[in-house]
Design a protein around this ligand. Structure first.
Ligand SMILES: [Zn+2]
Length: 257
């Protein structure tokens, strides 16, 4: 379904072992391969600059250095050749037809698979039963607006029946797709409201993070919360509700327009 280490991380090991091809979207194969093979110093430079401007300090910033290229540490590069999957196309597996659904915002070009005949949806990470899939801005694309893409992607599941049997990549299978899609929308709408509240006066990413994720204290949690906070800020910028400015201390600040 996508390039995250807990999904595609062993593809480069398993494909040659079993003599099979990897089938994936072009963006996710490319992105996974790029991250796994990126060993340059520039990688760290953009990460340090990105998290510094967000306001990370102390142990949180130490973790940025410690992690380094954590993708390359945890995942093997996917094989040098692959078979491309494209959203909207159909795929026959074992005599069954599956419709490929592209999703954005969680990974670059996530692919879910829907079988109308058997009414089964392999949702991957795009729709999960308990947790909301992480929607992050990363240093490789610091001005990205993945939350707008993610919200739009939820509409791609609109014509699938509510009683579809959903097979997510984390947690248990479930029914009630439309309810879950509505919950995900509400979740992000509430976070956006909190983001509006936090940017009534100029605020750094870390200051907004403390409003959105008051319990985040472990550096690993803070780092991921930071990337999600920026995603919510960028969505509000796209909506024209807040603007960005560089502070005299070198930190980014966001405030209402
Ligand atoms: Zn994922």
């Amino acid at each position: 379904t996508h390039m995250h280490p807990d999904h595609m991380g062993l593809a480069g090991y398993l494909a040659p072992l079993f003599g099979v091809e990897v089938w994936a979207s072009l963006s996710d194969w490319t992105y996974g391969r790029m991250l796994a093979l990126d060993g340059g110093e520039a990688f760290m430079d953009v990460h340090v600059d990105f998290f510094h401007r967000a306001g990370l300090t102390g142990p949180d910033m130490d973790l940025v250095y410690e992690r380094g290229n954590s993708y390359a540490k945890r995942a093997m590069a996917p094989p040098p050749s692959f078979h491309r999957l494209i959203g909207g196309h159909r795929l026959a597996i074992g005599g069954q037809n599956w419709r490929l659904i592209e999703g954005n915002g969680h990974s670059p070009e996530h692919i879910s698979l829907y079988n109308p005949e058997r009414n089964i949806l392999i949702s991957g990470d795009q729709v999960l039963p308990k947790i909301s899939p992480i929607v992050s801005v990363w240093p490789q694309e610091p001005k990205a607006d993945p939350l707008t893409q993610f919200m739009a992607s939820l509409d791609s599941f609109a014509d699938i029946p509510d009683d579809v049997f959903v097979l997510p990549s984390h947690g248990l299978p479930f029914k009630g797709l439309k309810t879950r899609l509505a919950q995900l929308r509400t979740h992000h709408d509430q976070r956006l409201d909190d983001t509006r509240t936090a940017t009534q006066t100029p605020a750094t990413v870390m200051e907004v993070l403390r409003v959105l994720f008051p319990k985040a204290s472990d550096p690993n949690d803070v780092l991921f919360a930071c990337t999600e906070t920026i995603a919510h800020l960028h969505r509000l910028m796209t909506l024209g509700e807040i603007k960005w400015e560089a502070g005299p201390d070198g930190l980014d600040r966001y405030l209402k327009t």
